[in-house]
Design a protein around this ligand. Structure first.
Ligand SMILES: [Zn+2]
Length: 257
């Protein structure tokens, strides 16, 4: 199964998550005791990345990053065709330091990347605009409480202000992606999650900003930055595939130690 938050792998202990109350839950041990079957527990972005790598947008690429955009930013690293978890928690780049003295993040710190490139960031930008322009079209269209999805819908339907806000989030997405490229130089970046499914209105600005900010950009190519293919089912599909691989003894997702 895939779980949102820090998961100790392969022990399957849910350690902590900014949107979850419980900490230190021995999910794998508890489920194995309950069902009497072997259980594999991993971070949900790792599971989704594995599905995208095997049967989604990342198939055919050995070095792939998944960036999931929604309430926050999650992610996963595949290098040489294998998931890389670090000591367990790699790919949590939604919490890389992005802005000094920035907005408060769900994790309790300030200025994390996900405070400027996520559904809540889009809502905050829209609220700020509406506060300044209380009689504008967007103020009439978006009634509280509204979501990031409501803003992207307005953008889809041609609202220029909403399109601008989505592009602004896309630009900050691109800055962060440029950092990831500088560190890992992947063959492809797959962008998933609810906000990621917006597509070109978001990824177009992200690609432009990432290309512009990439060091040596005149002499190298930006890797493809593409939308995930598998949608919300990716995590469940990936978890099933990882469990099946593990049962078959394939090393690609087996516990490293
Ligand atoms: Zn954070």
């Amino acid at each position: 199964m895939g779980v949102a938050g820090l998961v100790q792998f392969p022990e399957g202990v849910f350690v902590w998550g900014p949107h979850v109350v419980d900490t230190g839950v021995s999910l794998r041990a508890d489920l194995e005791r309950e069902f009497g079957l072997p259980v594999l527990v991993d971070n949900d972005a790792n599971a989704a990345a594995w599905a995208e790598h095997e049967i989604g947008s990342g198939r055919g690429y050995d070095d792939m990053l998944l960036v999931t955009l929604g309430t926050g930013i999650g992610g996963a690293v595949i290098i040489g065709g294998e998931l890389r978890r670090g000591r367990s928690f790699a790919g949590e780049w939604g919490h890389m330091m992005f802005e000094r003295n920035g907005e408060r993040c769900a994790c309790g710190k300030r200025g994390c990347w996900e405070t400027v490139a996520s559904g809540p960031a889009l809502v905050r930008l829209a609220r700020e605009f509406i506060f300044q322009n209380p009689d504008g079209r967007l103020a009439h269209r978006l009634r509280e409480p509204f979501t990031g999805e409501d803003v992207t819908e307005a953008a889809d339907e041609g609202d220029e202000t909403a399109r601008g806000l989505v592009a602004q989030v896309g630009a900050d997405l691109g800055r962060g992606l440029c950092n990831l490229i500088a560190i890992l130089d992947p063959e492809i970046i797959v962008v998933g999650g609810g906000l990621g499914s917006v597509g070109e209105a978001l990824l177009g600005p992200a690609r432009r900003v990432a290309a512009d900010a990439l060091h040596g950009g005149a002499h190298r190519k930006l890797p493809p930055i593409v939308v995930a293919e598998l949608g919300p089912a990716a995590g469940a599909a990936g978890a099933a595939m990882m469990a099946s691989d593990l049962a078959a003894g394939r090393a690609s997702v087996a516990p490293a130690r």
